[in-house]
Design a protein around this ligand. Structure first.
Ligand code: FES
Length: 246
């Protein structure tokens, strides 16, 4: 047992549950270098809190048997981690080369107009946050975006109008949108003359990997499992009271 573990052994975790700490400890053993588990461990925290707080990252560091510095350094490097409240929907529009060539600039402008907020901003009602991101790995169906980590592809102005309308009327069913695992499960090469035409249905239940299972936890591996961005964090409201402590 390390000095860090000894120092904190008697102090209860306040944010992470014992079960979440247990999952992080299992994750540590899955990598040749245990600190590689920082990324999925941070996902566990973000799924719990909606954002990464300083206290939460300290608890992740403790579960990782690391000082807080390396955890905070990793967290601040990646754009998918949030340090401040965001909208219920997080729209990440790709403007990298394939999407750019296929008109992502117009699509992004349409998102800004329809949402009424600029890139990097959150709508006044806390409904959505709009971000510009690098390649999402969906170049064959460019221009592409993710909404709460679900893909929307072959976007155009009309599709943006529909998506934003569905958000506003609470009709956007995120679980009808494919996940990254599902998008990458295509069994055929993209038909360059007709991109997006040969997508195949996915196996029931998808192909969740074991690290994903550990991040989400067994209780969340159900259709309709909650995404942190669905938890209703807004600048005005802050964290739901029920999640104020672990
Ligand atoms: S360039 Fe947009 S998904 Fe690859």
């Amino acid at each position: 047992m390390s000095p860090l573990e000894l120092r904190d052994a008697e102090t209860p975790y306040e944010i992470l549950s014992a079960e979440e700490v247990g999952r992080i400890k299992v994750l540590r053993q899955r990598y040749p270098q245990s600190r590689s588990a920082i990324l999925p461990a941070l996902w566990i925290l973000q799924r719990k809190e909606g954002i990464l707080t300083a206290d939460g990252m300290r608890e992740v560091a403790r579960a990782m048997d690391l000082p807080p510095g390396p955890v905070e350094a990793v967290a601040s490097f990646y754009s998918m981690y949030f340090f401040k409240p965001h909208g219920r929907y997080v729209v990440e529009m790709c403007t990298n080369i394939s999407c750019l060539l296929m008109g992502s600039k117009k699509v992004l402008d349409q998102f800004q107009e329809q949402l009424g907020c600029a890139v990097g901003g959150t709508t006044a009602d806390g409904m959505a946050t709009l971000l510009e991101v690098e390649c999402l790995g969906a170049c064959g169906a460019a221009p592409a975006a993710q909404i709460n980590h679900r893909f929307v592809e072959n976007l155009n102005a009309e599709k943006v109008d529909q998506v934003v309308t569905d958000m506003k009327t609470d009709k956007l069913d995120l679980h009808q949108l494919p996940t990254g695992t599902e998008v990458s499960a295509h069994r055929e090469l993209v038909d360059l003359a007709n991109p997006g035409a040969n997508r195949v249905p996915l196996p029931a239940g998808g192909a969740a990997g074991s690290v994903v299972d550990l991040v989400k936890g067994a209780a969340n591996l159900i259709p309709g499992g909650e995404h942190p961005a669905d938890r209703g964090y807004t600048e005005a409201a802050g964290a739901p009271a029920s999640e104020a402590s672990g």
